[in-house]
Design a protein around this ligand. Structure first.
Ligand SMILES: [Zn+2]
Length: 121
């Protein structure tokens, strides 16, 4: 996305906006592996849980089930288990329908966090 910004001399320049209106970043994380589910294939069942880049996985994450991904987290509604599982290509979409990168997350001692780069499942 671009906006009408100007440089110090007043000439128009394009500025890349790195945040979505949902407040999640639109860039890709530099320090851990990430996927764009709308463009890339599912890395497979050894990767069990994901969160959108920049999102606290305790608030919202998706966890793999046999036929897709269930949303979990304290910002997710209580009907998570009776709604249809999401498909891989849907898991990076935010409430505005924009595609975001996803990162692998894991649960340690009851707290979810982004998985370190060498972690797999
Ligand atoms: Zn967004």
């Amino acid at each position: 996305m671009e906006s009408a910004a100007t440089d110090r001399a007043g000439a128009p320049v394009s500025v890349v906006i790195s945040k979505c209106e949902c407040f999640l970043p639109l860039d890709i994380p530099g320090d851990v592996k990430s996927w764009r589910p709308d463009r890339e294939t599912d890395p497979g069942p050894t990767f069990r849980a994901f969160a959108r880049h920049g999102e606290d996985p305790n608030q919202r994450r998706v966890v793999r089930v046999h036929d897709g991904f269930n949303e979990e987290g304290y910002e997710v509604n209580y009907y998570e288990n009776i709604t249809e599982p999401m498909r891989w290509w849907q898991i990076g979409k935010c409430v505005l329908g924009r595609a975001h990168s996803v990162v692998e997350v894991l649960c340690e001692y009851g707290t979810w966090r982004v998985a370190p780069p060498d972690y797999c499942g």
